[in-house]
Write a protein that binds this ligand. Structure first.
Ligand code: NAP
Length: 270
């Protein structure tokens, strides 16, 4: 259940126009936070609840590609100009791809790395002085794809693995500043109907609904994010699947690699 963690805090949630980010932004607003919403569409396309919060001055919307420096600057400056502070940056916006590296256009590889890694570094760099001032939090939304180089999803794996390095380095570099740096490795989170992945030629392909048995609802994932922020946890791998994935990749890597390899070969044969 949500607590008062977000109360009066200023929170940037990248990629909050839909999916998990939208639910996190909703939960933060419901708990009394001030939220900088972000997506690439127009403000008109936002939910009525968000429009209402914008009208009340509790939320502001920044539209733009997260990779663009202007978007990152606008996200941070909106937080400071409108609310006078920045307490939490949730680096959520992300994109996935599928397809073997050899068959994938290099533009797809670039796009995934730019969105999931370079844009995160840029925004984090801009936000950090303000987070240091508020002794707040920076959160990275990663994936189980960070634990092993997933065949067929390599650029995505690379980008999510790199976030681990980012969070670990920053945790040590910024220890004395008293700020919280956290990372969450999600497994499957319930999809929005509009969720897509990029195919090898860069076209959008709808992501089919996931098996509910191993899937977190967006609300559950949002509560998990709130808990990590509230408890200032450094890393979290939620759920049984996540823990299993973590253990296999760390303590039985040879076996795990063999399993992945066999599964990939099977898929290729079909
Ligand atoms: N869903 C899962 O099972 C799962 C599992 C592990 C980790 N994750 C991670 O959790 C995060 C959220 O996933 P999700 O399932 O909610 O994804 P989603 O439904 O596809 O939503 C992605 C959000 O990111 C925004 N976005 C993507 N590329 C952008 C760009 N270049 N510039 C600006 N905004 C951009 C999208 O905005 P537009 O509306 O403008 O496209 C959208 O708001 C991602 O980082 C993902 O990798 C998800």
């Amino acid at each position: 259940m949500p607590t008062s963690f977000y109360l009066n805090k200023t929170v940037i949630v990248t990629g909050s126009s839909r999916g998990l980010g939208k639910v996190v932004a909703y939960q933060a607003l419901q708990s009394g936070g001030n939220v900088i919403l972000h997506g690439r569409g127009t403000e008109d396309a936002l939910d009525d609840y968000f429009k209402d919060q914008i009208a009340k001055g509790k939320a502001f919307y920044v539209s733009g590609d997260v990779e663009q420096m202007e978007t990152a600057q606008q996200l941070v400056s909106t937080a400071i100009e409108r609310f006078g502070r920045l307490d939490v940056l949730i680096n959520n916006a992300g994109i996935s791809n599928k397809g073997a590296f050899l068959e994938s256009a290099i533009s797809v590889v670039n796009q995934v790395i730019q969105t999931n890694l370079m844009a995160v570094l840029q925004l984090t760099h801009l936000a950090l002085p303000h987070i240091v001032q508020s002794k707040g939090s920076i959160l990275f939304i990663s994936s189980l794809a960070a634990f092993v180089g997933l065949p067929g999803y390599m650029p995505y794996s690379v980008s999510k693995m790199a976030l681990r390095a980012v969070s670990e380095s920053l945790n040590i570099e910024l220890k004395r500043q008293g700020i919280h740096i956290g990372i969450i490795y999600f497994g499957f989170v319930e999809n929005d109907n509009e969720k897509y992945t990029l195919n090898p030629s860069g076209h959008k392909e709808k992501v089919p609904p996931r098996n509910k048995l191993i899937t977190f609802t967006k609300e559950e994932a949002g509560f998990c994010i709130e808990k990590v922020l509230r408890k200032r946890q450094k890393r979290k791998t939620p759920g049984i699947t996540g823990k299993l994935f973590y253990c296999l990749s760390n303590y039985a890597s040879f076996l795990f690699f063999k399993m992945l390899s066999r599964q990939y070969e099977k898929q290729q044969a079909n």
